[in-house]
Design a protein around this ligand. Structure first.
Ligand code: GDP
Ligand code: MG
Length: 603
């Protein structure tokens, strides 16, 4: 295909606005699959992706479309991850395209995630085609949403689609699909790039396939990628031999080559995705390009927590399962950790809370593991009195206060988009989480609020709270804006006088009392009574800041079974025994699994 007949585009949309449904329509219209094969959504492969309606990996589909001008075009549709945790991956996918479809629900209008993605798309100089989807809905108000796109996003949308206006679609009924394809061909520019120049290709994404090994999604910027070629990853400094080149249409098809301007996949007998860094530049060993592509970043986990098997015998299984997950997800890190309370487990790093939840869910679902997750923590910078700097990933490793000169914590800039009615409680939530308001604007009955917030106030349950306060209407997006000094302390939780390491956390001094009190109250309800009184305390250093007491239980547990009903007594004892299995002994106190999870859900 000549360059002039190639179009590379991504679809950007807020969750549920119809990105996947529209993509399916485009595939169906261009004949990539039979009707029967279309019965399943094509792009979101993983169960979790489908259930949560989010895309985790970038994927592409190559479509062949004969337009009204009689020419046949190669359209490469790139589906990008739809969550802030994967912002860097999104930026690389966008860098592989020349344009984007901006899908907006014609009943809902513009949302925060739409905006964040559009701004990124604009930064990549994309030609953006607005698409108003769901026009079949009675509540659809295309004129209002067109005006919103012009006011908020700053893109023309009013005119007819042929004159640069928005395309109206119903991905549900198929209305407007043809117009979308025409708009892609007419409005999105073709790629540029010299196929005869030295190879320069971007590694957009990669995943593990049990039959092919690691499959790498690439965008060729210049030169050609062929089977049998010796290639070099410029950032990683490694060399490989290309053994397959192809594209997904959406079925996997092998091709003789990928040339400048094209998107496709290669395999090169690579065993782990950890060897393939998103954003790396691929060139040839023999005739390399002189400079790597701009924009490469090494992804670093931002949220850490401990994962421990409920049953200590599952340690090896957990280790093996983590290893398998890591085969396919290099952004997630782990190392062994031991806790006095929880025994042996793993300290794991994630890109964000959603990423953490996905991994946790896969471990319990695909690998059938019962896990205890300790409170998530961000990475703190600890300046020691001896002048050295430490990165703190685990509150349990916090140096003694006298050795700490000061501490820094990561901050984010959050953009929240919320209907007017819910604004008050949202502002209060941000304020309570030490937020600093930057901006507040109104557009058509909705407020857009910008706050700077400490990340550690967000990793707890900020998002859940935001959603529940606004009945799901608020949207939230964030980016990291660097480290700032904060008055941070380690809070220990003592059960019966002994510190439980897995419950300790780093908190801001101003939040410590409230957090401590809450956690003690929570634990009081979650830890069963024992034969003795159990004090539960929150303490900073030697100073107790909150305290609750679990009163002692009567001696004979079976006393409540009046008289001699033996089977009943037995049942009760068995129940207790089963309960024990899900408890952790600490000192002489049994702490149930839920207690550790409680630290996660604070608010
Ligand atoms: P995504 O999260 O952006 O990928 O959204 P999906 O494509 O998964 O769509 C979200 C929901 O909206 C699904 O229940 C779709 O069936 C529905 N949907 C998508 N497009 C339309 C449309 O044009 N009209 C109506 N009524 N529903 C739609
Ligand atoms: Mg989807």
């Amino acid at each position: 295909t000549p360059l002039a007949n190639i179009r590379n585009f991504s679809i950007i949309a807020h969750i549920d606005h119809g990105k996947s449904t529209l993509a399916d329509r485009l595939i169906q219209k261009t004949g990539g699959l039979s009707d029967r094969e279309m019965s399943e959504q094509v792009l979101d492969n993983m169960d979790i992706e489908r259930e949560r309606g989010i895309t985790i990996k970038a994927q592409t589909v190559r479509l062949s479309y004969t337009a009204s001008d009689g020419e046949t075009y190669q359209l490469n549709l790139m589906d990008t991850p739809g969550h802030v945790d994967f912002a860097y991956e999104v930026s690389r996918s966008l860098a592989a395209c020349e344009g984007a479809l901006l899908v907006v629900d014609a009943a809902q209008g513009v949302e925060a995630q739409t905006l964040a993605n559009v701004y990124q798309s604009i930064e990549h100089d994309h030609e953006i085609v607005p698409v108003l989807n769901k026009v079949d809905l009675p509540a659809a108000d295309p004129d209002r949403v067109k005006a919103e796109i012009e006011d908020i996003v700053g893109l023309p949308a009013q005119g007819d689609w042929q004159d640069g206006g928005a395309v109206l679609t119903s991905a549900k009924t198929g209305l407007g699909t043809e117009e979308v394809l025409e708009a892609i061909v007419r409005r999105i520019p073709p790629p540029t790039g010299d196929a005869e120049a030295p190879l320069k290709a971007m590694l957009v994404d990669s995943w593990y396939d049990p039959y092919l090994g690691v499959v790498i999604l690439v965008r060729v910027m210049q030169g050609r990628l062929k089977k049998g070629l010796s290639i070099k990853f410029m950032q990683a400094g490694t060399q490989h031999l290309v053994d397959r080149v192809g594209c997904f249409g959406p079925k996997r098809t092998e091709l003789p080559e990928l040339k400048a301007g094209e998107i496709g996949f290669i395999t090169a007998q690579i065993k782990e995705v950890a060897e393939t860094a998103v954003g790396d530049t691929i060139t040839t060993v023999k005739n390399p390009t002189d400079a790597p592509l701009p924009g490469f970043k090494e992804v670093q986990p931002v949220v850490f927590c401990g994962l421990f098997p409920v049953d200590a015998n599952d340690f090896d299984k957990l280790k093996e399962s983590l290893g398998k997950l890591r085969l396919n997800d290099a952004s997630f890190q782990w190392e062994t950790e031991s806790s006095a309370a929880l025994g042996f487990g793993f300290r794991c790093g994630f890109l964000g809370l959603l990423h953490l939840e996905i991994i946790q869910e896969r471990l319990s679902r695909e690998y059938d593991l019962d896990l205890i997750t300790t409170a998530p923590s961000v990475v703190y910078k600890v300046h020691m009195t001896d002048g050295t700097l430490r990165e703190l990933h685990n509150p349990a490793d916090m140096p003694e206060p006298v050795k700490v000169a000061n501490m820094e914590e990561p901050w984010i800039k959050a953009v929240i988009y919320v209907p007017d009615d819910y604004l008050g409680p949202i502002l209060k939530l941000c304020q309570d989480r030490r937020g600093i308001q930057q901006n507040l604007t109104y557009v058509g009955g909705r407020a857009q609020v910008t706050y700077e917030l400490p990340l550690n106030e967000v990793v707890f349950d900020f998002y859940d709270r935001l959603k529940s306060i606004s009945r799901g209407y608020a949207s939230f997006d964030y980016e990291q804006i660097g480290y700032r000094e904060g008055n941070l302390v380690k809070m220990n939780i003592l059960v019966n006088g002994e510190p439980v390491d897995a419950l300790s956390m780093v908190v801001h001094r101003s939040q410590a009392e409230a957090r401590g009190r809450q956690l003690c109250e929570r634990l009081k309800d979650l830890i069963p009574r024992h034969l003795f009184k159990i004090p539960i305390q929150a303490a900073i250093g030697g100073k107790v800041i909150a305290r609750e007491t679990i009163s002692a239980m009567r001696k004979d547990v079976t006393a409540k079974c009046y008289g001699g009903d033996i089977t009943r007594k037995k049942k009760l004892l068995e129940k207790q025994k089963a309960g024990k299995a899900r408890m952790r002994q600490y000192g002489n106190v049994d702490i149930p699994q839920e207690a550790f999870i409680a630290a996660l859900r604070m608010g």
